[in-house]
Design a protein around this ligand. Structure first.
Ligand code: FAQ
Length: 342
């Protein structure tokens, strides 16, 4: 197991029995910052477990954005109009941007982007389960915007208050764009629902296929979530997986009614007492299967990412050569300027 792959240790673990008083002071400073709801910044001392957990989560998040370009990207050449094509192009491009902010945030923790990509394509790091499902019709593009971006918003708005500064700040911009994405998905579906009976059926079929996988995006139930306790104590995560799943259901039910589709869950109903919706249990064995690499599209997604990475090698080499040349020229110019000044 490598540093970025390993599980987090408990908060406050830096002050263990073997630690020096200097380390204990650093740990106390860190604990104090977290307790006061202030931000940890890249140059601040942080416990190794905190750093590892952040690299794990941010890297998985970045990989999700990049792999997440594929299911919708498949429809760019087949969009039904120039307008829809332009919108989809812009959305998929935004996801690439989100991936880049997130890889940059991971780099502030000492991770190396090339290494993270290598881990992804070798199957040593995860990405969101949701992107291992196929997009069978254009309605899937709308449902991804509505459900998947909707779930991403529920999950990521609280991450804007995450304790690690660069991650929290990246989330602010990402959330603004995700919110726009969600609306475009909903608008697309509204348009289809005003169309023919066949179009309405297409929307309902996409809703039926994406509902349960969308609920699984929030992760395993709290009792089976090994990382939640430490992440909540460190204020990396602000809500548990189940809390966010509930929020998503409550938010989405009235939107489904307005749209005129049925969510495929016979157990879904308003609970007056709780002031929330009750809903059925996702198939957690399916989530585990998809996470462990055996979903409908896992191998296809990774093969495509690997091919894109290999085909892009010459671009990275050219960019590095150009940057080295520019740096050498700047250094020469600095020496010449110094000589002239002497
Ligand atoms: N898929 O202990 P927990 C998007 C793993 S971005 C795959 O609960 P944690 C934008 C988890 O990593 C979507 N793996 O873990 C977009 C852990 O494995 P590990 C991505 C999952 O971290 C829209 C193990 O199971 N969003 O959609 C999943 O405390 C449209 C145990 O789980 C983020 O990454 C899953 N669904 O909570 C793009 C948000 N769930 O590492 C294109 C940031 C769990 O111990 C189109 N991340 N696992 O081996 C988070 O909030 C958290 O990491 C959770 C998981 C909530 C995902």
């Amino acid at each position: 197991m490598t540093a970025t792959d390993s599980a987090p240790s408990a908060p406050g673990d830096g002050s263990g029995s073997g630690s020096t008083s200097a380390e204990q002071e650093l740990q106390q400073g860190f604990d104090h910052t977290i307790a006061r709801d202030q931000r940890i910044e890249p140059r601040d001392w942080m416990p190794e477990g905190y750093r590892r957990t952040l690299i794990r989560q941010i890297a998985q998040h970045a990989h999700s954005e990049i792999i997440g370009m594929q299911p919708e990207g498949d429809w760019i050449t087949r969009a039904p109009s120039l307008r829809r094509k332009a919108i989809l192009f812009a959305k998929v491009q935004d996801e690439a941007g989100h991936g880049l902010y997130l890889y940059s945030a991971a780099e502030t923790l000492g991770a190396d982007r090339a290494d993270l990509t290598q881990r992804l394509i070798e199957g040593r790091q995860k990405y969101s389960s949701i992107f291992n499902y196929p997009t069978l019709t254009f309605a899937d593009v709308g449902v991804i915007g509505w459900f998947v971006d909707g779930a991403a918003i529920c999950n990521q708005v609280p991450l804007c208050r995450s304790s690690y500064g660069p991650y929290a700040r990246a989330m602010v911009r990402v959330c603004k764009e995700e919110s726009f994405h969600q609306r475009q998905g909903y608008e697309l579906l509204m348009t289809m629902m005003r169309g023919t009976a066949a179009q309405r059926e297409m929307v309902q079929d996409a809703v039926d296929r994406w509902w349960w996988p969308s609920l699984m995006m929030f992760g395993p139930p709290d009792g089976d979530s090994p990382n939640s306790a430490a992440s909540m104590a460190w204020k990396i995560k602000r809500h548990t997986n189940d809390e966010l799943r509930q929020k998503f259901v409550d938010m989405t039910v009235p939107q489904a009614e307005r749209l005129g589709v049925t969510l495929p869950d016979p157990a879904l109903r308003w609970n007056e007492e709780r002031g929330r919706h009750d809903f059925g249990t996702p198939d957690w064995t399916e989530l585990q299967r998809v996470i462990s690499g055996d979903g409908p599209c896992n191998s296809e997604r990774i093969a495509r990412r690997r091919a894109a990475h290999e085909e892009g090698a010459w671009v990275r080499e050219a960019a590095s050569a150009y940057a080295a040349k520019q740096a050498a020229r700047a250094a020469e110019a600095a020496v010449a300027a110094e000589g002239a000044a002497a």
